[in-house]
Write a protein that binds this ligand. Sequence first.
Ligand code: LLP
Length: 424
Amino acid sequence: MEAFARQDTSLHVEGVALDAIAREVGTPAFVYSANHIRGRYTALHSAMADVPHRIHYSAKANACRGILSVLREAGSGIDVVSGGELFRALRAGFAPEDIIFGGVGKTEDELREGISAGVKLINVESLAEIELANGIAASLGRTVNLGFRVNPEVAVESAHKYTKTGEKGHKFGIPYDDVEHAASIAKGLSNVRLRGIGMHVGSQLRSLDAHRAGAERLLSLVEAVRRIAGDSLVALDLGGGLPVRYDDESEADVLGFASIARDAAKRSGLEILVEPGRFMVANAGVLLTRVLYRKRTGGTEYVVVDAGMTELLRPSHYDAYHRIEAVSRDDRAPQIVADVVGPVCESGDFFARARSVPDVAPGEYLVIHSVGAYGFVMASHYNARRRAVEVVVDGNRWAVATRRETYEDLVRHEPPVLDWRDGA
Ligand code: LLP
């Protein structure tokens, strides 16, 4: 089923008209299709039906409770990278054994939170972190299951250099050549058990080459690690990175990915873990925004809307393309070539430049597509803007999953009078 389709000229999400939602909750608003997300989970899960596997949705893409619940109910596990995401995952009802806790810079407090919760794996990224985790586990009288996030040091082709993570010298993971040493350190510590080995090579990957090469590199470590660690290894984590269609990219090769996983499972005898974020949610979401003004200056036509880089940073930060449509006009409506920009005081605050867009008037609504991943989660309060509302649509029903912030929310943590302490 198409999550976003027109009924006459009016764009709908599943069975609900977007302009009705906009009128009710205001704009800017993120609107997500629950059935699109279920469809994505099922597509990946069934492609891997004959592979021993577990999908751990990467919460960083979208950690809204309403979305986490949809994925949990669909059967997904979860991957978190901070104490805050761990808190969100537990609050959304994920069992600790369905949670993987990764991240390159976990603090001691965050490690303690993960170990106390009893998560399935803590994915560590350095020798020092292994020792820190061991010390914390000992102080809690526990043994912690570790996964090693390895940097496979392969060539990565992704949509932007900021989203490559598996090349030599990147900050992520244990350097490939240090992995055996790390395994012997772990072996010598009494409160850690090495359960997994894994990677995450990048995001919005252009092909499966990096997954394939990275998996090969991990497989060639498995035997050496087993010789050191004994047979404690149970899992091989292939990370996330499956691409989605923003413009004219091809759809993710889910079957190709499953065949890499199948081969890795057969050769290693390990369960395959996957951590998709974008693939699950990106195309499930739109950002609804209202046209405030039209203006022309220095030969450029501008459409000024009420959403900005504070709601969706991707165009500004990665030069990312997001398709834009009018809510109540179809593609046959007259077009103009314009820059679609937000109200934030920066020239980098844009959604599209010199793009052919509908000839909309102030008051009309636009949708910016494919914002379900790395949209709301990357929002900021710059210019004292309140974070937007998030809405989930499920069939003919819809609900507010996150209410729009109020001005009071913006200042909640600021005491009206400073409580000065003596620092001398
Ligand atoms: N696992 C790990 C360890 C990760 O670092 C990431 C993403 C994922 C899984 C999920 O990757 P995905 O399946 O979503 O590609 N803000 C950027 C994307 C940053 C991705 C960071 N790591 C963007 O808007 O394009």
